[in-house]
Design a protein around this ligand. Structure first.
Ligand code: ADP
Length: 372
């Protein structure tokens, strides 16, 4: 049998590899982001200078269990199981914002990214993970200040807008009652009313958004009569639908039981679906439905409207997204409704979905589970 032949690595290649290694090392060491590589026993294998800086440690980390080095808490200051977070990122990269807890109790906001890797070369390299983290405390506090500002401004604007809305409504009513026919005044008041209503819904969205972003939304669970809620909503929105010659129907399961959830948020979610259905439907009908399902109630709002294109379907829940379709742009909107709806749905542990076909219509469905 022929002996295998071993060839020595040419000196130049070894030198190049060494150089490459040094370069990589210095690159990682000069990064502003903290990098820690850990082995499969979750012990630190290597780290860079920024990691020490961010963690505020001035001793080597090598060999230390990551659970003693990286202490994370969530936004409610609940301690997180770092071991669980790391091992659950087995197949893909996980990126999240968490808070780092220092031994003296102070905290820093971190953007953490974890990816499973092989430490070493080739398939047989030892398994491990790379944790990349960035201190985003400054960005976070700016963001918090911005949300606080939006919250205060929207709160302050609410009173004058409500007063203006009431007065315009009164003026319209008095003009109609007086029998005076002045079309330009009538038209002016109508437009002012529409704009003030838009402003009011914008302020409402902004205030809800800033509270949702700051994690300030609290849930008050109560017993909801879903049958009654759907009927109320249908009665409230029917005039708006009929003004566009749209038929607004309900489809209510007679076996509905009381639902335990936040009435305020369930109503807000359904209102967002219904106002969209009315805005984005030019002819046909809208159905508001509620059906009993194991552990909760499934609501849906169906329309025969303009529908949502394939490319837009992925984006409708994004903050400030509005379709470029001119039929969307004919209607006023902020692009915040569905984003807020998604936040509220998460808060209620609800499952949301939608089906839509361009020029045929859309159906938004949400399953609201009973909460304790
Ligand atoms: P807004 O209605 O204020 O623009 P939303 O967040 O409620 O914002 O909706 C985002 C976008 O999703 C809308 O601008 C529109 O393009 C699309 N969309 C939402 N609901 C419907 C619907 N029922 N029919 C067609 N398009 C819709």
């Amino acid at each position: 049998m022929q002996k295998p032949r071993y060839t020595r690595l040419p000196l130049v290649t070894a030198k190049t590899a060494q150089l490459e290694h040094e370069r990589l090392k210095s690159l990682i060491n000069n990064m502003g982001d903290g990098v820690i590589a850990i082995d499969e026993h979750l012990k630190v294998a290597s780290f860079n200078g920024a990691a020490l800086n961010i963690l505020d440690i001035n001793a080597t980390l090598t060999g230390k269990p990551i659970t003693s080095v990286l202490k994370l808490v969530d936004k409610n200051n609940q301690a997180l199981d770092v071991r669980e977070i790391i091992t659950s990122s087995k197949t893909s990269q996980t990126s999240r914002e968490w808070k780092l807890l220092y031994p003296d109790g102070s905290k820093a906001s971190l953007y953490v990214s974890i990816a499973p890797v092989r430490l070493g070369y080739g398939q047989r390299g030892q398994k491990g993970y790379v944790i990349l983290f960035r201190d985003i405390t400054r960005e976070k506090s700016l963001e918090e200040e911005r949300d606080e500002f939006i919250s205060v401004v929207s709160h302050e604007l609410r009173t004058p807008i409500t007063i203006a809305e009431g007065n315009i409504g009164n003026a319209e009513f008095l003009l109609q009652k007086s029998g005076l026919k002045n079309e330009s005044v009538q038209e002016g008041l109508k437009q002012a009313h529409e704009q003030i209503n838009f402003l009011s819904s914008l302020i409402n969205d902004l205030s809800m958004l800033s509270r949702a972003e700051r994690g300030k939304l609290t849930i008050e669970i109560e017993k909801i009569n879903a049958h009654q809620l759907v009927n109320e909503l249908a009665a409230n929105y029917r005039p708006q639908a009929e003004a566009k010659h749209l038929e607004l129907r309900t489809d209510i399961d007679p076996h509905l039981e009381l639902l335990s959830s936040s009435k305020l948020y369930v109503r807000e979610i359904l209102q967002n679906f219904i106002t969209n259905a009315i805005k984005y439907t030019q002819k046909g009908h809208i159905i508001i439905g509620a059906h009993a399902k194991q552990g909760g109630v499934e609501f849906y709002v169906q329309d025969t409207g303009i529908g949502i294109s394939k490319t837009d379907r992925e984006k409708v829940f994004d903050k400030f997204f509005r379709s470029e379709d001119f039929r969307t742009r004919e209607n006023s909107g902020t692009g915040l409704g569905l984003y807020i709806t998604m936040k509220l749905a998460r808060l209620l542990h609800a499952n949301m979905d939608f089906a839509s076909e361009l020029d045929k219509g859309s159906t938004f469905t949400i399953f609201i589970p009973n909460l304790q």
